[in-house]
Design a protein around this ligand. Structure first.
Ligand SMILES: NC(=O)c1ccc[n+]([C@@H]2O[C@H](COP(=O)([O-])OP(=O)(O)OC[C@H]3O[C@@H](n4cnc5c(N)ncnc54)[C@H](O)[C@@H]3O)[C@@H](O)[C@H]2O)c1
Length: 477
């Protein structure tokens, strides 16, 4: 669709006018925009035009439920299982595997999984004949490759958490395996499904800002989230998981590549671990915040402050009562989450800068930063006729010729179906599209097919090569 058609179709009018009634996903698929809208958008500010693209219903359009086995019943596994709780006639959880008995039982009880379909280690699932349409692989990063390769060979379609695997070779193996067996493999690049990013990309594709020239994109991690996940927590070590550019930011590389819509030719990256190192520990800081640290009252990374006072990131503790401060303190004394941030076995960068050159000369710069008060994403997009700036909640489009602004400001979380859906609605919208893809045997229902998602992983591995070698790396897909 060219710019003129887009403007006509959306009814872009003038300042204070409304762009109405276009379902951007339906637009992409060429379907009618009038069906399946789940909510109305909020009013723009008085001076702005409004970009109103009704958001598609989260309910999958299927005639019978797709059956799935949840492998890894942690935070992410339970998120996708949750789709079945919301829309039981579209997805059914028929099996669960987790070495953590508490989590396994939680899922089994909630979804009525029979005892014979409850497993410990993922490998047990594949000792049985195939008994579901698909598996959801939400185990830790180092346990994606093996279950994925086995699941494909055993006849399952796969919803695979990102990063798909720990090395470029393993990623390419997964792609080849999916092709060899003809299975649907979706990578959980959930941002592609979030109404915000869907709308952002549609606007760029419409040509309203002219030809795309460059993108500036930032991922602020937020200081406490950094300490929780990438200093003390599960993703602290790049060798045991993946380098942070993949572990955290493979979404961002993927979104940039998706918006640009052209192959990436080369990348250049810089970055390091500046703060969270033993040599930066204040004199006399003990190994744990709970060991009477003299700096506890002033340290922004104090585990007592983050978990006990602020009650952040408590899901990892599997506590029956999240207000039980004595139980949280006990976890801080006995798990890695109570460690001083300067005395952990971490090596992930706390700041990372990357530039990308795409076919046709389009450029993008990306920065990932630990030291911010908030998380989320910030994006600026420069075109030959206009400019877009967004913060993952709202984006504004400037038209150079008319001087007018239009705003997309849909309050997705206020749409009843989307309430509580993580990643701006992307988590459950991905589950919807996966269910439809499996049910209709049509991978084109997905945005993050294995082909495109593995491509953006490869760009991430090349960025890490560039950072380590200190020079530009050509990307070869
Ligand atoms: N798409 C996203 O935006 C997003 C966000 C966060 C995490 N992730 C990714 O999702 C994956 C899971 O993350 P999470 O936050 O849910 O972690 P988690 O630790 O909460 O869950 C992982 C689960 O896997 C289980 N497990 C470990 N070894 C196992 C084995 N051998 N067999 C079966 N189960 C096993 C663990 O007991 C745990 O319950 C990771 O790869 C992570 O990087 C993706």
């Amino acid at each position: 669709m060219n710019r003129k058609e887009f403007l006509k179709r959306l009814g872009i009018i003038t300042v204070g006018a409304t762009l109405i009634g276009v379902d951007s996903e339906a637009m992409a698929s060429g379907k009618s925009a009038s069906s399946g809208a789940a909510g109305e958008s909020s009013d723009p500010s008085a001076d702005d035009g409004k970009i109103d693209m009704p958001v598609r219903s989260l309910k999958a359009d299927v005639s019978s439920p797709v059956s799935v086995i949840i492998i890894g019943a942690g935070s992410r596994g339970r998120t996708y299982a949750g789709y079945s709780a919301r829309f039981p006639d579209t997805m059914k959880v028929v099996g669960v595997a987790d070495i953590n008995v508490y989590r396994r039982n939680l899922v089994a009880k909630r979804y009525g999984v029979p005892k014979e379909n409850c497993f410990g280690d993922f490998s047990e699932v594949f000792q049985r004949a195939k008994f579901a349409d698909a598996v959801v692989i939400a185990t830790p990063d180092n346990l994606h490759y093996e279950p994925c390769m086995k699941a494909i060979a055993a006849g399952y379609h796969v919803l695979l958490e990102k990063p798909a695997a720990q090395t470029e070779k393993e990623c390419r193996d997964i792609l080849a395996q999916a092709k060899r067996y003809g299975r649907i493999v979706a990578i959980c690049h959930v941002l592609r499904y979030a109404p915000y990013f869907v709308a952002l990309r549609d606007v760029v594709n419409s040509g309203v800002i002219g030809d795309l020239v460059s993108i500036q994109h930032m991922e602020p991690i937020q200081y406490a989230h950094m300490a929780h996940s990438y200093v003390r927590g599960n993703w602290r070590n790049s060798k045991q998981t993946t380098p942070i550019i993949l572990a955290k930011s493979c979404h961002d590389i993927d979104i940039i590549r998706w918006i640009v819509g052209r192959p990436c030719k080369s990348v250049n990256a810089e970055g390091s671990l500046k703060l969270f190192r033993a040599e930066n520990a204040p004199k006399g800081a003990p190994m744990r915040c709970t060991d009477g640290c003299p700096y506890e009252k002033e340290c922004p990374y104090s585990a007592i402050d983050i978990y006990v006072r602020r009650k952040r990131h408590l899901t990892v503790f599997d506590l029956p009562d999240k207000k039980d401060e004595a139980a949280i303190m006990e976890k801080l004394r006995t798990t890695g989450y109570g460690r001083c941030v300067f005395h952990c076995d971490n090596d992930q960068c706390d700041h990372y800068v990357m530039t990308m050159l795409f076919e046709g000369g389009v450029t993008a710069s990306f920065t990932m930063d630990a030291f911010t008060p908030w998380g989320g994403r910030r994006t600026r997009i420069m075109g030959t006729r206009g400019y877009i700036e967004g913060d993952m909640k709202k984006f504004t489009v400037w038209d150079f010729r008319t001087g007018r602004k239009s705003v997309w400001n849909k309050k997705v979380e206020e749409i009843p179906e989307y309430r509580g859906a993580g990643h701006g609605g992307g988590d459950l919208a991905l589950a919807r599209d996966f269910v439809e893809a499996v049910s209709k045997q049509d991978q084109n229902r997905l945005s993050s097919t294995v082909d495109v998602s593995i491509e953006s992983h490869i760009i991430g591995f090349d960025a890490e090569r560039s950072r380590k070698r200190g020079k530009r790396v050509d990307v070869k897909i």
